[in-house]
Design a protein around this ligand. Structure first.
Ligand SMILES: [Fe+2]
Length: 340
């Protein structure tokens, strides 16, 4: 049966621990131990300060190789399920909400919200130099979670992207229009960012389903939109989809989150419960300072929740898996959900 509008929503973490064998998580642990600005709620800590703040070594038992292996496997099971759900509804269009981490947008211009309106997007295979650099940083294993082995082209639903812009203007959002894929100073294309690339590589297995990329600056000061603004922008996107005169089956995907690179299970449960209950008040009143570092990507889920508000789809949490890689509780809170 052809359904008008949104047929499926997905929320998925996309962090590096999903793409590194558990024995290689140590590489990221070393990275954590060198940090001086680990963000947890409204505090900022060095690794030693974080270890003391969180009351010592009890996270070590959750970060053993055995635990890592079990938790990694639990995540892979849910990523497979999400891929199957996408196969089942066979969408004609994807709305992917993700953050740009200096992949398309750099320090010179960083839009709070951007909608890509080109005809197609190119996800490029890593160059030999990029491969070497990744391997040098100990992250060779996760390279192909985001980037293809052979260049890929993804068609863009330009008509819907332009409608999202038009609706945003109606709704008093001034959203950046990205009319062509950004280029590097040498004229080469900037490849698709990790938040979008992960969905194509891991969930779609490179199936070139047409897409509208919605890019949110969750990470970088000074212009990260507030949770309320994210939710309201999502509502506006939802109105644009609803008014689109098309029989297309649309899937909405939030890419990223939940808490990282300091795992905060209590906060993750609070937010996931709010998503499940459609608790807009909780989602939109959370202070902006709670959304820092990778945790900020939870705002991608808030945009998606706003898009899905006017549908009859209900959120189901498939699994929440806190993945720890150090005894100070650094790692990623991984969540996998559908709205169906
Ligand atoms: Fe990310």
């Amino acid at each position: 049966m052809i359904q008008h509008g949104v047929s499926l929503g997905i929320g998925t973490s996309h962090g590096p621990l999903l793409n590194l064998p558990p024995a290689e998580w140590e590489v990221r642990a070393e990275f954590d131990r060198a940090q001086t600005d680990l963000a947890l709620r409204d505090g900022t800590f060095s690794f030693a300060e974080l270890y003391a703040h969180r009351g010592g070594p009890h996270f070590a038992a959750k970060a053993t190789l055995d635990e890592r292996t079990q938790r990694h496997a639990a995540c892979q099971r849910q990523l497979d399920v999400l891929g199957e759900r996408l196969d089942d509804i066979n969408p004609d269009a994807l709305i992917i909400v993700g953050d740009d981490q200096h992949e398309w947008f750099m320090e010179n211009t960083q839009p709070s919200f951007a909608v890509f309106c080109g005809d197609e997007m190119h996800n490029l295979a890593p160059t030999a130099e990029e491969r070497e650099e990744k391997i040098r940083r100990g992250r060779g294993s996760d390279m192909y979670a985001y980037r293809p082995k052979i260049d890929q082209v993804y068609p863009v639903v330009r008509d819907l992207a332009l409608r999202i812009h038009a609706q945003a203007l109606e709704d008093e959002f001034d959203v950046a229009a990205c009319m062509e894929q950004p280029k590097n100073p040498d004229g080469s294309l900037r490849t698709v960012g990790h938040a979008v690339g992960f969905i194509y590589r891991r969930l779609l297995r490179d199936r070139p389903v047409p897409v509208v990329p919605i890019l949110v600056n969750t990470f970088y000061p000074p212009n990260q939109p507030t949770p309320k603004r994210c939710y309201d922008f999502g509502r506006s996107i939802g109105r644009a989809i609803h008014a689109w005169d098309s029989a297309a089956r649309v899937a909405v995907i939030a890419s990223g989150g939940i808490s990282h690179f300091v795992v905060d299970e209590e906060w993750d449960h609070k937010m996931l419960k709010a998503f499940r209950n459609g608790d807009i008040a909780t989602l939109t009143s959370e202070p902006n300072i709670m959304f820092r570092s990778g945790t900020s990507e939870t705002k991608n889920w808030i945009v998606a929740a706003g898009i899905l508000e006017a549908t009859s789809l209900k959120m189901e949490l498939l699994d929440y898996v806190p993945c720890y890689r150090t005894d100070a509780g650094t790692g990623s809170g991984m969540a996998f959900a559908t709205w169906s």
